[in-house]
Ligand binder design. Structure first.
Ligand SMILES: N[C@@H](CCC(=O)N[C@@H](CS)C(=O)NCC(=O)O)C(=O)O
Length: 208
């Protein structure tokens, strides 16, 4: 598989986290290049689309988080071989990406606009998306999003639910997932208890 380097910000969440987790769970060795925000200005132009995450393999780069998740998911044994199950796995990852992009787009807004937009997202599209994701989980048996087993889709949804419940997003109620999609919270709690997930965060001194 060559020498892998995942380049992402020095945070234990967001768009780079599912790939880190997948490689940790699958025992895929990689260089975890954590970019400090202060250094981003000097590194941005060198990335394919001026954004992170980027995965490098033997010095060549590929961008776009869900494509990276698919690639490392295959290496880690956490991406379905079956084409239909793979489409279900992609569906959940793209659904998270779609709504997370809307929520994160509010970050640079001035305070009053940020508050208004986040409250409106929480009451509308974000609640809708959580409800629909929960329905998709239940439609596939309630435990996993695809293939009847842990895949990168479960990791991406886990990271998203953890973020929503973390209190890091002002004006998005921390109990929104618990109220709107309790089965996604139960799913989050199951993924959290996966021995390799627990070991990964224990190794990073991150409380779950
Ligand atoms: N579609 C891209 C979006 C990447 C993206 O916007 N990444 C953010 C961090 S999560 C970023 O690099 N922001 C810094 C910037 O745009 O300068 C993906 O899924 O990887």
């Amino acid at each position: 598989m060559g020498n892998l380097k995942l380049v992402y910000f020095d945070i234990d969440g967001a768009r780079g986290e599912a790939a880190r987790l997948a490689m940790a769970i699958g025992g895929v060795g990689f260089d975890d290049d954590r970019v400090k925000f202060a250094d981003w200005g000097s590194r941005k132009a060198g990335t394919p689309f001026g954004a992170l995450p980027v995965l490098e393999r033997n010095g060549q780069a590929v961008a776009q988080s869900n494509g990276i998740n698919r690639y490392v998911g295959k290496l880690a044994g956490l991406y379905p071989d079956d084409a239909w199950q793979a489409a279900l796995c992609d569906e959940a990852m793209d659904a998270v990406e779609e709504i997370a992009t809307k929520v994160w787009a509010t970050m640079p807004l001035p305070a009053p606009e940020k508050k208004a937009q986040r409250e409106s997202l929480a009451a509308g599209p974000l609640s809708y998306s959580l409800d629909r994701l929960q329905q998709r989980l239940l439609a596939h048996g309630g435990h996993y999003f695809a293939d009847g087993r842990l895949t990168v889709a479960d990791l991406k949804v886990f990271v998203w639910i953890r973020h929503l419940r973390s209190g890091q997003l002002d004006h998005v109620p921390v109990d929104l997932p618990d109220r709107v999609a309790p089965q996604l919270v139960a799913h989050h709690d199951r993924v959290k208890e996966h021995p390799a997930v627990k070991a990964y965060y224990a190794g990073r001194n991150v409380a779950l």
